[in-house]
Design a protein around this ligand. Structure first.
Ligand SMILES: Nc1ncnc2c1ncn2[C@@H]1O[C@H](COP(=O)(O)OP(=O)(O)OP(=O)(O)O)[C@@H](O)[C@H]1O
Ligand SMILES: [Mg+2]
Length: 506
């Protein structure tokens, strides 16, 4: 039987980098095949080529034994290949069924035939054991449910081969388990799955085979049952992993950030942040746990100043900043790693050195008087690049040209080098590979020892537990529990986040 996918000698060059350097990949029909590798190794590039989003410079692709050339994703879809991107691409204001049929609407006498679409959706759902309600609106769904809609959308189009780029990055453990159950079921029904993931335990749990890519080259394809996480990490980086330093508590009694009785309402008047009070001291990392949609985003937006609070106060080092502008807050020592790096963190089409100055453009070394200090900005960016290991040919390429993990490292580097007094960090290591993750944790810990107060929001519960001095749980807009990270495991924390522990059935 011909393999589902054969990629032979795939090469893709970008200015200054060879993203894929003569890569070979064989994926057998009906297997779950993981692609692992450091940030910038070339994983997404390879998958985009396979999905027809960009052409390879060299190489041959075969799908079920037949040689193919794709000039657009439509060509790939026609061959039974579907892709779920890391940034979910659903339209929030539309229903599930509208999203599923978007771009391939069935019509009857010129109007969209929703009944036929729903019937087909139900059939696909039954065949693969995935259920969604066609009439739900996307913006009412949890992240895990939205992802399920993306997967169904791909199956609806007849995909037999599914590509998922970092599907678990945005999920809590319970949702990851559900996703994995879905993937196993899909596999049972004959689907072939290729997925990218930085969490090696997850990779070992779900996949049959694993291909490791390092700096654009295939290093090895191994059976998941024959390797450990340590083996994988070594294959990825070519050496043993650094283990993050843990330090003694550095928490002081100086309040660096105080939020008192804060309430934020959404457009419908619902209290999405409901009378929240918290304090972060110098030298402290306060972790906020919560499933997406429970008010964490609105809480940090209110602190950063992009959202207006209805009532309550926000103070930094005793100074009320509640009515200060975003810029004034930033200049006053507030660092911010946003949760959506594409929408809030970067100017994708601007060069790295401009991105490094974002939010700090009014101060040295990025400016002199009223003027942008180009040489100053460029050398500062160069320094961030070295210290935070941002892999790029130079600091003049656009942010768009960086791999996902390297974009994130640039943002972390920018915020940390500004030496903030308070850092609001949302998913700081999302999409960062295991080696670089340990580095970022060390950077945050070092800054903490020097007095940095951090408010940490993360969907990675190991990160929350490993970094935080204290964890608070946010549920339906309220802080409902305060936990000691030394005494809690991800599973228990997860049940606080879903509200189960609060109802007594943890
Ligand atoms: N459009 C582009 N223009 C220029 N360079 C690019 C472009 N897309 C990717 N690259 C470069 O190709 C290399 C591989 O990037 P890719 O996105 O495939 O990495 P990745 O393995 O997916 O990494 P990550 O884990 O960080 O997502 C990187 O050096 C990246 O900067
Ligand atoms: Mg990628």
């Amino acid at each position: 039987m011909a393999p589902a996918i054969e990629l032979i000698g795939i090469t893709k060059r970008f200015p200054g980098v060879i993203a894929n350097d003569n890569i070979n990949l064989t994926v057998a029909e009906g297997e779950i095949h993981a692609i692992c590798g450091e940030n910038g190794a070339g994983k997404s590039t390879l998958m985009k080529i396979l999905y027809g989003m960009q052409p390879a410079d060299e190489g041959v692709m075969r799908v079920f034994g037949e040689e193919v050339t794709f000039s657009s994703p439509n060509d790939a879809i026609e061959r039974g290949i579907g892709m779920v991107h890391q940034h979910l691409m659903l339209a929030d204001q539309m229903s599930v069924i509208e999203n599923v049929i978007l771009g391939s609407e069935p019509t009857k006498r010129g109007v969209i035939d929703f009944d036929a679409a729903k019937a087909h959706l139900a059939e696909v759902g039954r065949a693969y054991g995935l259920t969604v309600d066609p009439d739900d609106y996307i913006d009412t769904l949890e992240i895990g449910e939205r992802q399920r809609v993306e997967i169904i959308k791909v199956l609806y189009r007849g995909a037999k081969i599914l590509i998922l780029d970092e599907p678990t990055a945005v999920l809590v453990p319970q949702e990851v388990e559900e996703l994995f159950n879905n993937l196993r079921e899909l596999k049972q029904d004959g689907a072939t799955i290729i997925f990218i993931d930085h969490k090696l335990q997850e990779v070992l749990e779900i996949s049959d085979s694993i291909t490791v890519i390092r700096r654009g080259k295939t290093v090895a394809t191994v059976a998941a049952s024959e390797v450990t996480a340590g083996d994988l990490a070594e294959l990825m980086v070519g050496e043993e992993l650094p283990s993050p330093e843990t330090g003694a508590s550095t928490v002081t009694t100086d309040v660096a950030l105080a939020v008192t009785d804060l309430t934020v309402r959404d457009d419908d008047g619902r209290a999405i942040v409901d009378n929240v009070s918290l304090q972060v001291h110098r030298g402290e990392i306060l972790g906020v746990a919560g499933i997406e949609g429970n008010g964490q985003s609105e809480l940090i937006n209110a602190i950063v100043g992009t959202y207006a609070a209805e009532t309550g106060s926000i103070e930094m080092a005793g100074r009320d900043i509640g009515s200060a502008s975003v810029r004034e807050r930033r200049e006053g020592g507030l660092g911010y790693v946003p949760q959506d790096r594409h929408r809030e963190g970067l100017l994708l089409d601007a060069p790295l050195w401009e991105n490094a100055a974002l939010g700090h453009q009014t101060a040295a070394p990025y400016s002199k008087g009223f003027w942008v200090d180009r040489p100053g900005s460029r050398s500062q960016t160069q320094q961030i690049r070295e210290e935070f290991d941002v892999r790029t040919p130079n600091v003049d390429v656009s942010a768009r040209a960086l791999s996902g993990g390297n974009q994130q490292k640039l943002i972390i580097g920018r915020e940390m080098t500004a030496e903030p007094a308070v850092l609001i960090a949302a998913h700081p290591t999302r999409g960062i590979d295991v080696g670089a993750q340990a580095d970022v944790w060390n950077q945050i810990r070092q800054a903490r020892a020097n007095g940095l107060a951090t408010l940490l929001i993360s969907a990675d519960l190991d990160e929350l537990i490993g970094l935080s001095d204290t964890i608070v749980v946010m549920y339906h807009g309220r802080l409902v529990a305060t936990l000691d990270p030394a005494e809690i495991d991800p599973r228990t924390l997860g049940s606080y986040m879903t509200g189960a522990a609060l109802k007594g059935d943890a």
